[in-house]
Design a protein around this ligand. Sequence first.
Ligand SMILES: Cc1cc2nc3c(=O)[nH]c(=O)nc-3n(C[C@H](O)[C@H](O)[C@H](O)COP(=O)(O)O)c2cc1C
Length: 189
Amino acid sequence: MDGFICVNERAGGHAGERTAQRLMADLKDLGKPLICAGGVGDPQNFRDALDLGFVGVQMGTRFIASQECAAHEDYKQAILKATADDIVLTRKLSGTPCAIINTPTMEKIGTEVNPIELKLLKNRHTKYLMRTVYALRSLWSLKQASTKGLSYKDFWQAGKSVDGIKAVESAQDIVWRFALAAQPASVSE
Ligand SMILES: Cc1cc2nc3c(=O)[nH]c(=O)nc-3n(C[C@H](O)[C@H](O)[C@H](O)COP(=O)(O)O)c2cc1C
């Protein structure tokens, strides 16, 4: 079966531009299963996505703050502490807008690329080369940040779903709580 992953503007990593509601309105007439990616951090968000008409969700940020995830404890704690207002978009990682937690390091270096780089990123002849350069450059620092903590450049990708994430839990507990929320009210209550 084919369908669409609908990455919305609340997603972590490479975020979309449209809201979940807008994506549903724009794509529902295609008659394909739609998966909501972005903004789902707690069971209520999951329920809301199902109520909008999505058949499921794709979560990234929620599972970083899980016991099984190999990410550094600093990264997990930053997700627990962050609110949606702490999530900013930067082109500095890959050349395309990427949602990360605004840390003191990010505030210092800024989230925007310089005007010449921006022009090259938008030019149809140079944009793919530029994105490759950015991706290679950021690969190392992202790896360091996710596994070695705050002494390294803290590029921590996360979405606005941080709002609903309050504890580091096992992946099993997360899935179980979300599954309960998907049950009809009479079963889950
Ligand atoms: C650290 C991180 C890395 C990601 N890497 C990829 C990726 O390589 N390819 C991709 O299609 N999406 C990637 N995503 C996006 C997720 O697949 C998903 O769409 C997104 O995380 C949903 O938003 P959420 O983080 O609020 O749950 C990444 C997200 C995060 C947080």
